[in-house]
Write a protein that binds this ligand. Sequence first.
Ligand SMILES: [Zn+2]
Length: 468
Amino acid sequence: MPELPEVETVRKVLLPIVKGRTIKSIEVLREKTIISGAKEFQKALENQTFLDVTRIGKFLIFHLTNDLVFISHLRMEGKYFEYNEGEEHRKYARVIFHLDNNKKLVYDDSRCFGIMKLTSEKDYRNDKEIAQLGPEPFQIKDADYFIDRCKKSTHPIKSTLLDQTLMTGLGNIYADEVLFASKINPFIKAKDITKKQWEEIVKNAVRILNEAIEMGGSTIKSYHPGKDIDGNFQTVIKAYGKRYEDCPNCGSKFHFTTIGGRGSTYCPFCQPLKQDKLIVAITGKIASGKSTVLANLKDKGYPILSCDTIVHDLYMNSDFQRKLIEKLDIKFEAGFNINELRLMVAKDKKLKKKLEQFVHPFVYDIIAQEYSRFDKGIFFVEVPLLYESHGEDKFDFVIALDINENEQMERLKKRNLSSSSLLKVINMNNKFDSYKSKVDFIINNDSTPDKLNGQINLILNKLKLLLN
Ligand SMILES: [Zn+2]
């Protein structure tokens, strides 16, 4: 979906193409695109001359002679193309304006969400959708406007910025960018945004939109000289869509979440949200020292939980055993036996998957229950199979333990592993490499306990900044 800078770019490219040109005739290939009626649109606009193209929000406003105006909204995929007469247009052409210079302006829309509407100089500002649009950031001079309008709003600031009746101009991409530049967490309630923060939002919105408009103008001219006027160009985006990438300010991983149904990317440390409590997962390679870290945190007084313990307790529970037998449709020689179950899943990959899909929700339920009983501070959970069980979104942060292979093998020798278990370790290491780039913090547990403790303390200090 084009955002305001793209539409402004389209406007700038269209203006010299149409200004002063008279419409000889209009072909309407899809009548529904013209919501004010196709026949009337053709009749009114044929033989009229384009005087100007302006923009309100994401509406393009075409001004013609005789005080005629038509509004165009591109929605998802609408585009304008300029062709020579006789040149073949794309199959998505919906409306064709034949101009008096042997060229045609083609409105092209593969998904048909875009609309056109005939109106007049007197009426276009009162058009229902245009009339309800709020001011653009460029027009806002005093942040009291927002304080006044949002004083009771408990909506997150991210959704508030997308509300085009409050301010028009920021879509999902630029709302993320503006919040990142303003160092404001997208979850903060609109009523809690201070006047100074609103001023930052407006200032950054103006700057970012202007930069995108400037860049759009130059990009589009450089590779589509007025031909494909859709304005879908690349802009310098710092935060939007950068989940798991490093924040350019502080190096932390960008986080991704959904707010009001829209994906939102933000840096949890540059855009902090003070909370009473945090839940943090600890994962990593086999024999990398997860339990040592957990013990260290326990010694420091932090509440901890281990998935291995949870799973162990679950298997001891007769109610759980009964449900498991029923769900997996398996039989034991003489009642539930964990070793027998292990043998069964070792031979049967499908059964293993079924077992995991059955067990993981129980484990995450127990973690959630335990966490809900806890009111303040940081809660740590050891989750060896965090990514394999797609549990990463259940935690505020993820810490992973890494270790070099020699050290890992030394430790495993002490555990007397069989060769098949060693193979499993190698597989796990491969998996670790695939999710290593996604975790918030990596602890390298290759050296002394002191150094390990130092790394843990650094992480704790950073996390504590987010606590109330
Ligand atoms: Zn950051």
